[in-house]
Design a protein around this ligand. Structure first.
Ligand code: PMP
Length: 287
């Protein structure tokens, strides 16, 4: 993720990555209260462009607010810093990782001081690769929305993603598909889920998932291109009658799914809405 030439942003300073350090007493490390984002920049014909920077930083500030974290930054400042970060590192196609982490305290009381801001970036291929994924139903549910703010991109939530990913890999799958607390399909450890059946695209509504920015882009692209989409709750059994399926996420982009547990999606990927949307998505990010 970094080498001796990498420059990162830490609390108002641009410094070599190896010099960016934090206190081991900070509240994020002990209790998981911190906020991060995952954003991509693309080398477009009109120069380097950060895709949906506004949406990502709005979500980040909203997440911070939900977690009682003070930031002291605006969407515009965060966006400008991100462009500066890319420039300082000579990056064109890159993944940007902003993180708000808290000041030292061993208390569970929200930290009053504004959070520390760390910004770094690196070149990153598609997170789930380019091939069709073999996914498995996870025994881990997504966090109960009555236990925490699932719509916030909070550091601590990712223990759930790590457990699900590890279990999926141990069972020989590429990735996990998780249910919500009521037993309906929710999302993957780091991506939202869609399936196609009889010419209609389905995805679950907001409420038990991270409100994915890629999910939203896909919904917009589907609408513009006359692909019918229904947002509804559905079960794993329903997915196992589907024609095709895919994940959406900033890091994963649009990742086709070949099978779920022992069920193989019958529609050839190249003939699916997923493939069509992935071509449209690649055009969209280069606009
Ligand atoms: N769900 C989870 C749990 C995630 O971590 C991500 C990645 N941020 C997504 C969905 C997809 O969100 P986005 O499209 O905004 O990257």
């Amino acid at each position: 993720y970094y080498n001796e030439n990498t420059i990162v942003y830490l609390n108002g300073q641009w410094i070599p990555a190896a010099q960016a350090t934090a206190s081991l007493y900070n509240q994020t490390m002990h209790y998981g209260n911190g906020i991060f984002e995952g954003i991509r920049a693309y080398d477009t014909p009109n120069g380097v462009k950060i895709f949906k920077a506004k949406e990502h930083y709005e979500r980040m500030l909203k997440s911070a607010e939900l977690m009682h974290i003070k930031t002291g930054y605006t969407v515009e400042q965060l966006t400008a810093l991100s462009y500066e970060l890319l420039e300082k590192n000579g990056l064109k196609n890159a993944y940007i990782r902003p993180l708000f982490y808290l000041e030292p305290t061993m208390s569970l009381v929200p930290v009053q001081e504004p959070a520390n801001l760390f910004l770094c970036a690196w070149e990153w291929g598609r997170y789930l690769g380019d091939g069709l994924l073999r996914i498995g139903t996870s025994s881990y549910q997504r966090p109960n929305p009555k236990s925490c703010h699932v719509e916030a991109k909070t550091v601590g939530h990712y223990i759930n993603s790590i457990l699900a990913t590890t279990e999926a890999k141990q069972n020989g799958f590429d990735e996990a598909l998780m249910l919500d607390a009521a037993g309906f399909v929710a999302e993957g450890p780091g991506a939202n889920f869609f399936y196609e059946k009889d010419g209609v695209l389905y995805t679950c509504p907001l409420g038990n998932i991270l409100p994915g920015i890629t999910r939203n882009t896909v919904l917009e692209l589907a609408k513009k291109n006359n692909i019918p989409v229904v947002e509804k709750l559905f079960t794993i059994d329903e997915v196992k009658t589907a024609d095709s399926a895919f994940f959406t996420g900033t890091a994963a982009e649009i990742a086709g799914i070949g099978s779920l547990d022992d069920y193989t999606f019958p529609l050839v990927w190249n003939n699916s809405f997923g493939k069509k949307l992935s071509v449209l998505y690649q055009k969209e990010v280069l606009k």
